[in-house]
Design a protein around this ligand. Sequence first.
Ligand SMILES: Nc1ncnc2c1ncn2[C@@H]1O[C@H](COP(=O)(O)OP(=O)(O)O)[C@@H](O)[C@H]1O
Ligand SMILES: [Mg+2]
Length: 241
Amino acid sequence: MTFIRLAGIGRSVRLPDGSRLDILTDIHLEIERGEHIAVVGRSGSGKSTLLNIIGLLDSPTAGTYELDGQPTDGFSARDRARQRGATFGFVFQQFNLLPRRSATENVAAPLLYASGRQVWARRPAARAMLDRVGLGQRLDYLPERLSGGEQQRVAIARSMVRNPTVLLADEPTGALDVDTGSTVMDMLERVVAQSGTTLVTITHDLSVAARADRQFRLDHGVLSPLTTAELPAVTARRTVA
Ligand SMILES: Nc1ncnc2c1ncn2[C@@H]1O[C@H](COP(=O)(O)OP(=O)(O)O)[C@@H](O)[C@H]1O
Ligand SMILES: [Mg+2]
């Protein structure tokens, strides 16, 4: 069954001068469990707004969004928060790590809010997740001692530690150089594939998008499929040491 179904989704805001800005217009998108889809678009095209709607951080002003067969417009604020925590993990361009906390403490942080999780159980889960992203040797490092690529790995471990059904990645390689970004994407794809996690990657980089199962372009808030002819050939994937 389709896990995420957006039908005729729009998002408008009223600007201070009284005019209306249509950020997203008539978006139709269906995503199955375990798929990897990518959305490319220029800055300001509405990518983050779309991702925030999917992740229940924002609400559409038109259309319907069904999550696992349930219309989300019936959700109370509490339902939305619960569903968000249970279903979605988020990775952002800026890693947003807690600066004075170790890698382990950063990854354990989301488990503070998970019900029924004892304090003693959090650290081993965080350590195991850091090991999966190749940072088993950096458990006690503060973010300032880690490279950009390593910080993004910590952020990915944090996003995956509650085993989300869907990982939403908003320009995950946007702050990294090309080689580091490619290595981080290798790792991200490997970790989500191992868990069967659905991955939605937002990017302005066509070579990052080319790695997904399906690709879309967002242009001034209008979503359309990308053809393979528009994508660069995917080069052989490097494996992460
Ligand atoms: N709450 C808001 N109020 C007014 N304008 C907004 C709001 N949210 C987003 N926008 C505008 O909508 C457009 C799309 O934003 P965004 O989704 O962040 O684009 P992207 O992530 O593709 O750069 C931008 O022009 C942005 O300034
Ligand atoms: Mg954005």
